[in-house]
Design a protein around this ligand. Structure first.
Ligand SMILES: NC(=O)c1ccc[n+]([C@@H]2O[C@H](COP(=O)([O-])OP(=O)(O)OC[C@H]3O[C@@H](n4cnc5c(N)ncnc54)[C@H](OP(=O)(O)O)[C@@H]3O)[C@@H](O)[C@H]2O)c1
Length: 267
């Protein structure tokens, strides 16, 4: 397992409506046992996430906060300035994990990754993350960075299993953080997922997340905006799938990618 103590289940916090709901959502998630929150400059909710954490009766040190530099903020000075602004909006001294959201737009490996190293040296950021990279771009980034890559966040679920990037994460000892781990609901009707769920008297959401968590080095950040979904999702920590269940889901052949912008480096 990677050395960074990232809690393997975190709360995804992207929504395109009512940003303010995240103050209460974070409070509810903390009550349900979540200790890892995944936000981004582009989600426009860092202030509310920070308020939810500040409101709660949980020590800051127990919470793992991850955010992401927006694609337009990746030039050297912009990365330094906007990371400090994110830290202030989140209301913390140090961001636990700062990702490059996409290797696109103003991404320049020399400038962007020099800024990330400097942010680590200055204590603005504890760990460096990358998101939506290919193996080739990960190799390049690791050459530029002094800091180790703590996490690579990509879309990953039973319909997009990311074998190559999971193997890469194991080989280089970082977390693969699975985003859209429920494929935004698309996994719920997959027969193999439904059958395993029936066998364990669990929901397809819990089973999909438990399948991801059965893999070495994989963490998950499902988005949920109500207590019941949060509960079903964190229950994945306690659902032990047997080898047959895992193989049943490994063998799914259908593929579906939720996020596929033209600037995605795999296109
Ligand atoms: N790095 C990147 O480029 C990137 C891209 C996309 C996403 N992300 C991150 O990944 C997080 C999750 O991805 P996502 O929001 O795209 O998709 P997701 O987590 O796969 O699915 C979220 C959807 O599933 C519903 N849901 C959650 N738990 C459920 C349950 N137990 N039963 C039934 N429905 C359930 C949610 O509804 P409710 O809201 O009603 O609970 C929501 O509509 C994001 O919030 C963000 O933090 C990162």
């Amino acid at each position: 397992m990677p050395t960074d103590a990232l809690p393997p289940i975190g709360l995804g916090t992207y929504s395109d409506d009512d940003r303010e709901q995240w103050r209460d959502n974070v409070a509810t998630a903390l009550e349900e046992g979540y200790r890892h929150f995944d936000t981004a400059q582009d989600y426009d909710n860092e202030t509310y996430i920070g308020e939810g954490i500040a409101d709660a009766a949980v020590d800051r040190e127990e919470v793992y906060l991850a955010t992401k530099l927006a694609p337009g903020n990746l030039a050297y000075e912009d990365a330094l300035e906007t990371a400090a602004a994110s830290r202030d909006r989140l209301g913390v001294d140090t961001i636990d994990l700062l990702y490059v959201h996409w290797p696109a737009d103003s991404y320049d490996p020399d400038e962007t990754l020099r800024a990330l190293d400097e942010l680590c040296d200055e204590g603005v950021v504890r760990h460096v993350g990358l998101s939506n990279f290919t193996p080739e771009l990960l190799d390049e980034a690791r050459d530029y960075l002094d800091a180790p890559v703590a996490a690579h966040q990509v879309e990953c679920h039973p319909l997009l299993q990311q074998d190559e990037l999971r193997a890469y994460a194991r080989e280089h000892d970082h977390w693969l953080v699975a985003y859209s781990p429920l494929a935004q609901g698309e996994v719920f009707d997959v027969p193999a997922v439904r059958e395993v769920a029936e066998k364990h008297d669990a929901t397809p959401a819990t089973v999909s997340l438990a399948w991801l968590l059965s893999k070495d080095n994989v963490a998950v950040v499902p988005k949920a905006s109500g207590r019941e979904h949060m509960r079903q999702n964190i229950a994945a920590r306690d659902l032990e799938l047997d080898d047959e269940d895992v193989a049943r889901i490994d063998d799914i052949e259908r593929e579906h990618r939720v996020f596929d912008p033209a600037f995605g480096p795999w296109n």
